[in-house]
Design a protein around this ligand. Structure first.
Ligand code: PEP
Ligand code: MG
Length: 578
């Protein structure tokens, strides 16, 4: 049969050639009865009890395993499933159906699970909708035990494979072992789905949302996956295999060329040293950042700590996370940003009001200054962690000086309160702000007199300067940090800060783009913060640059009128310096 190309969404780069390992996500359909006789209900309840006990034990063990290998968040998913077994709206309902309606155990599990999952799916909150997948995952586990089935599991893999599935259940993702799992191909999912995020963070090539064609893939057949292009090729022709092997080799060569930069300092050809830091959202990512030799953490997005829980994380829990990151970075700077919730990020338990324009509404520091206790608890945790490393505090979404002054004053009040309580805090914590709203960029001269540092958040600065919603695909073609208006704001911020002797970082996506490197060197950016995986790429780009030339280039670029011209010139410069 001819070669077949299945197009999906490429969510994690990499070319891989290996055999398919089909992960059955559905257990076989019920061939069993729907109901049993009255005399049999006790036996059904007993079977159900056993399945529950086995599921609980299994989940607890998996959670332990995940905690060791993947960190708290993944372990939390499994522990959460184990807890669901005690939810009064779930397990007792299954027992009730057996007792009162004489359902067979399998049928009772299936119907209650679907009903329960359906309720979550109907909620208009993404976090809650995602819980539906956990409930179904748990239901499948119970069913498998009732039937005495061995679930196909990723745990026993001993050869390199490409995992093919409808989607990965949360309990599957915690078993992903990148030594054996070369790539993932799933029928469902999108760029931000759980599976995609995990694949990227583990460096496993992945194509998701590839549709029904995925269902035809048989266990053991040879596949080619191109995670960059979102392509999965079945029955590849010999020529196709050859072509992809060549591309794979090229990819490996590029990677090993990059590897050489891992242990080198981040500097230009003429020896200008800049600080390349990492953006993180979790403690686990701090380990990844340290592994990539990041000069520090330029942005710790603390919202994930809040989003991963089902209630506000208390002071101790936050303190433990901040302390761990500070210690892991061993004296290198760790910029902890206070909660930036709102916009596209929701916290179900905070019940934020639905808004017409959430990005222009109740978000980030605006919430912090309105719900002071929330901000105070977080600041207490940060100050307490400050003596375990080189911690800095950063406020998001500052639009005017009043906000900055209030936020800074609360921070100092909290510090003094801790000192009065006899809690040790560091005496050298810098306090700075994100520059991500044009008003803040324009007033950088005034802010610079009061802050210790700025970090430019281009993700938001672009959306607010150009009036382009960063989440809206329809206007995505307008969203570009090389827009001349954005460049002028960036230059203004850096110059204003330097006049006051303050340092400037950048933690938006632009910092991690090697194409932007000569411009940012030319503008005199001090600290660059990006996804840990981009650090070597930017180091490689820096090593080709001469800082004097970059200054001339920046002046030239800032005289251009359109985004296209800026991109063209930068493209040309990258070719010239290659
Ligand atoms: C930014 O806006 O550039 C930024 C880094 O913050 P976030 O992406 O978290 O809004
Ligand atoms: Mg932002």
């Amino acid at each position: 049969m001819a070669e077949q190309r299945i197009q999906g969404i490429g969510v994690s780069e990499g070319i891989r050639i290996a055999k398919a390992f089909v992960l059955a996500s559905e257990t076989r359909p019920d061939a069993v009865r729907e109901t049993v006789s009255a005399a049999e209900t006790e036996a059904e309840l007993a079977r159900l009890g056993q399945a529950k006990a086995r599921s609980e034990a299994e989940l607890t063990e998996l959670a332990e395993q995940a905690k060791r290998t993947l960190g708290e968040k993944q372990a939390g998913i499994l522990a959460g499933q184990a807890r669901m077994l005690s939810d009064p709206a779930y397990f007792p309902q299954i027992e009730k159906r057996i007792r009162e309606e004489r359902f067979a155990a399998e049928y009772a599990v299936r119907s209650v699970t679907e009903h329960f999952a359906g309720r979550f799916e109907a909620m208009d909150n993404e976090y809650m909708r995602e819980r539906a997948a956990d409930i179904r995952d748990l239901g499948r586990r119970l069913l498998a035990h009732l039937r005495g089935e061995e679930r196909t599991s990723l745990a026993g893999l001993r050869e390199e494979v490409i995992v093919v599935a409808d989607d990965l259940a949360p309990s599957d993702t915690v078993q992903l072992d990148r030594r054996y799992v070369q790539a993932l191909v799933t029928r469902m999912g999108g760029r931000t789905s759980h599976t995609s995020i995990i694949a990227r963070s583990l460096g496993i090539a992945a194509v998701v949302g590839a549709g029904d064609a995925v269902r035809d893939i048989a266990d053991g057949e040879l596949l080619i996956v191109d995670g960059g292009e979102g392509l999965c090729i079945r029955r590849p022709d010999p020529e196709t295999i050859e072509a992809y092997k060549l591309r794979q080799q090229r990819e490996r060569d590029e990677r090993s060329a990059l590897e050489r930069f891992r242990d080198r300092p981040a500097e230009t050809k003429d020896g200008l040293r800049v600080e390349l830091a990492a953006n993180i959202g979790t403690v686990r990512e701090a380990a990844e950042a340290a592994g990539q030799n990041a000069d520090g953490i330029g942005l710790y997005r603390t919202e994930f700590l809040y989003m991963d829980a089902d209630r506000l994380p208390d002071e101790d829990r936050q303190f433990a996370a901040y302390r761990e990151v500070a210690e892991r970075m061993a004296g290198r700077p760790v910029v902890i940003r206070t909660l930036d919730i709102g916009g596209d990020k929701a916290l179900p338990y905070l019940e934020l009001p639905k808004e017409e324009n959430p990005f222009l509404g109740y978000r980030a520091i605006r919430i912090g200054l309105d719900r002071r206790e929330l901000l105070r608890v977080q600041l207490r945790a940060i100050w307490r962690a400050s003596r375990y490393g080189n911690v800095k505090i950063m406020f998001p979404m500052i639009s005017g000086l009043d906000e900055w002054r209030q936020a800074k004053a609360i921070s100092l009040e909290v510090r003094d309160e801790l000192i009065r309580e006899g809690v040790p805090v560091s005496g050298s914590v810098e306090i700075g702000m994100m520059v991500e709203i044009p008003s803040a960029a324009l007033l950088a001269g005034s802010f610079a007199k009061e802050v210790d540092f700025f970090s430019i958040g281009t993700n938001d600065l672009v959306q607010y300067t150009l009036a382009v919603d960063r989440m809206n695909e329809k206007v995505a073609y307008l969203y570009d940090y090389f827009h001349p208006a954005v460049l002028h704001l960036i230059r203004h911020v850096i110059e204003a800060a330097h006049r006051e002797g303050k340092w400037v970082g950048m933690c938006g996506g632009m910092a991690g783009d090697p194409l932007a490197a000569p411009l940012l060197v030319g503008l005199g950016l001090d600290e660059w913060s990006m996804e840990a995986g981009s650090i070597v790429k930017v180091k490689q780009a820096l090593a080709r640059l001469d800082s004097q030339d970059c200054r001339a280039l920046a002046n030239h670029l800032l005289a251009l009128d359109t985004t296209a011209e800026v991109r063209r010139e930068l493209g040309r410069y990258a070719e010239l310096t290659r």
